[in-house]
Design a protein. Sequence first.
Length: 256
Amino acid sequence: MIPVPAHELPLPLTDLNQVLTTTRAVRWRLDYERPVDLAIIGECLQLAMQAPTGGDAQDWRWIVIGDAEIKAKVAGYYLDAFREHVHKPLTGDSAAAGRDIDGRLGGVREDGQVTKRTDRMLRGAYDLASNIGRAPYLVLPCATRPNPAEGGAGQVSAVYGSIYPAIWQFNLALRARGLGTCLTTLHLYHALEIAALLGIPRGTMQITLLPVAYTLGTAFKPAARKPVHDIAFLNAWGTPLPYLDRLITQLGGAVE
Ligand SMILES: Cc1cc2nc3c(=O)[nH]c(=O)nc-3n(C[C@H](O)[C@H](O)[C@H](O)COP(=O)(O)O)c2cc1C
């Protein structure tokens, strides 16, 4: 049984189940004031590099941004994108605007209203958008190949599939050391400007923007998620996998 942490945890975290169930999108609890040693970022990147890539191409590139001026510029683009593509559609009076964001966000109703849970997430997202440039580092993973516009259907899967495992592994490594991040993609609305700012070559795809900081406190809870028997099928589509979730129950119940 995995204990539910109610207090500060001794670091590094070594219980894999605990790390896997408590690595959250950290927004409110990023410690913007505490410096981060660049060697820790390097260490977590080295661990991330153990993730697989299609054909073992290892064609990822990671830009670690610690320069205050560059961070501020990237953060400005991020906040602009948040206002334009999240806040404005949701606060506009037309339901059409709400539907526009529906494909990108869980918990948006027909009339454009959001559920309580999504509302809380959005408030955190706004706070992060307003402060993202204060994170000690912004980490920008990029993919240099394959080009998803070329080749077969597998190319799209390969380009993202060859970098997201490493991004997540980076996140797990941070978590184990008392740091956290939130996977973000809104900066991609300004990908061209950011590419010019950072000298990213043509054809290289920026994938996410990760604000990296120590977390305020080390104890996090598992998230509320759909049960496995609702999302997994046995042998064919529609036949639920006969498994009743037990791990999260053992963890003492997920947070809402
Ligand atoms: C592909 C992807 C893109 C995301 N983009 C953003 C983003 O631009 N801004 C943000 O605040 N969170 C972003 N998130 C974080 C999700 O909102 C978050 O993971 C989700 O609400 C679940 O929360 P949890 O990770 O704490 O379980 C993104 C997550 C993923 C996987």
